[in-house]
Design a binder for this molecule. Structure first.
Ligand SMILES: [Fe+2]
Length: 495
């Protein structure tokens, strides 16, 4: 076990690093936010500089923890007939490393175990069943782990069930993503959004392509077979794969129960970004449930560091990336713009680790009124069917959404129905669900104060919240990028 670790995920898509020091997560950031290249698979100097800067004085990394065992991935690539090209970025000996970093010992961890550790070691639980579902990691595609801390606080994992390549729910979803002309391993969230507009006419055909033991009849890594869901309307195909995926994921959770029906469940892997499916999973049992807000491969950088550390991490929240300074959250300035019926950006404090803007790299607007969706869409230039999300005071959320009083949804991982969708059309999806972010004072004091002030002025306790990014670009990271956004769209971005 090491005390100061640099966790790395790189070489495939969405490279990221995480710094763990004596159980604290000092830094976690995405390469794309520094390079400006969406889903950048490669590390870069600026990201590594920020990671190193986060260390206390006179401290340096003891080791590097890598999120995968490259040799295992190469074996799979050989087995599957994929292009077999070991890249420099697959190993820690990286062109972006300085001499000091190049000398560090490297530990390579099992890919799915990194997902499991990212979930379990950030969770509040002492023991849990970890469910990991992604497209593919080394050979594993679905795994279930029994995890617990011993009396010395050391985490132990036992893999109790798995399905390996090509039996993959994630690859199935990605094959449909590609079929719809979208970018697989990135734009699956658009398929999820499209699903609400279609009829799941083909769900049974998709579902029947998997037997009761999760053996897939097709290798979806090669795309959808010819004549599969033949003639399907794109929206119906999206709805069908979403429905089939939800059913399959609920069955995986059922398998997990066989290994610990009394235990809490933590869930990781790229499929844990599907918030509609997450909602059904959460509703399917009564025990504790936790998804780390960055459950995909970028988050596995934190999982690798967690495994090298070996104990519970001190999870405080997802604001772990590039630091724009820790002055007060600009509540008054944002409020002034909003009260003037303006859309306003905020780039403040530390960037979110994960795909969602949760208040530090956000674009806010008044969620009421018919035209606001079009106005924000004009700026974001994205598909009309994609709704925006509401951010709301936690204690008011149950009055507007189908939530229990005091229920939290701090990381936008689930969807809820709204009691009065007609009042908030911009943040309501076609299926009348809302991807809610709830806020309390401990989670984000500045955002809480903003919502409170907005509520006081308008009687509305929520705002529209979407990510601050130029179309096709990653989220804004620093002031220079914030200025670029401001200049491109004429929208004030306040720091
Ligand atoms: Fe993965």
């Amino acid at each position: 076990m090491k005390n100061t670790i640099l966790g790395i995920s790189s070489g495939t898509h969405d490279a990221a690093v995480a710094v763990v020091h004596e159980g604290k997560i000092l830094f976690a950031g995405h390469a794309e936010r520094y390079s400006g290249i969406k889903n950048d698979p490669n590390l870069n100097d600026a990201l590594l500089a920020d990671a190193t800067k986060s260390l206390p004085r006179y401290t340096y990394f003891e080791s590097i923890a890598y999120y995968e065992r490259p040799w295992a991935r190469y074996m799979r690539q050989l087995y599957s007939g994929e292009k077999f090209l070991p890249s420099k970025q697959d190993y820690s000996i990286n062109e972006n490393f300085d001499n000091k970093m190049k000398k560090l010992p490297v530990e390579y961890f099992n890919h799915h175990q990194c997902h499991a550790a990212a979930a379990f070691q950030t969770s509040p639980f002492q023991s849990a069943i970890c469910v990991v579902v992604d497209a593919i990691g080394e050979f594993d595609c679905i795994t279930i782990w029994d995890a617990e801390y011993d009396n010395k606080g050391v985490a132990h994992y036992k893999k109790v069930w798995s399905k390996s390549y090509p039996n993959s729910i994630g690859l199935l979803y990605s094959a449909v993503t590609a079929k719809l002309g979208l970018r697989p391993m990135d734009e699956e969230y658009i398929v999820m959004g499209m699903a609400a507009y279609g009829q799941p006419k083909y769900w049974q055909e998709i579902y029947d392509s998997v037997d009761g033991n999760f053996n897939f009849k097709h290798n979806f890594h090669a795309g959808l077979p010819r004549d599969f869901c033949k003639g399907a309307d794109p929206y119906d195909l999206a709805a069908s794969v979403q429905t089939a995926t939800e059913k399959l994921l609920l069955e995986v959770i059922g398998v997990a129960f066989d290994y610990g029906s009394h235990k809490n469940i933590v869930y990781g892997g790229g499929c844990a970004l599907n918030c509609v499916a997450n909602t059904l999973i959460e509703e399917s049992f009564d025990q504790g449930f936790w998804i780390m807000p960055n459950p995909g491969d970028a988050g596995a950088a934190l999982g690798a560091a967690a495994l090298a550390y070996g104990r519970k991490l001190n999870w405080k929240g997802p604001y772990l990336g590039h630091d724009m300074g820790d002055g007060f959250y600009p509540v008054d300035e944002i409020l002034k713009e909003l009260l003037n019926n303006q859309i306003v950006g905020v780039a403040h404090g530390r960037a979110e680790f994960g795909p969602r803007a949760l208040g530090n790299r956000s674009l806010f607007a008044d969620p009421r009124g018919a035209d606001i969706k079009d106005r924000v869409n004009q700026i974001k230039q994205r598909q009309e069917f994609r709704p925006f999300a509401p951010v709301i005071l936690e204690k008011e959320a149950y009055r507007y959404f189908n939530m229990i009083k005091g229920e939290m949804s701090p990381y936008m991982q689930c969807v809820y129905e709204c009691w009065s969708p007609g009042v908030f059309p911009a943040i309501c999806h076609e299926d009348l669900t809302y991807r809610v972010q709830t806020v309390n004072i401990n989670q984000h004091a500045g955002l809480y104060q903003l919502l409170k002030a907005w509520y006081k002025e308008t009687g509305c306790p929520m705002l529209l919240n979407t990510s601050l990014n130029i179309k096709g670009m990653p989220m804004v990271n620093n002031r220079t990028q914030a200025d670029q956004f401001q200049n491109a769209y004429g929208i004030k971005v306040i720091s």
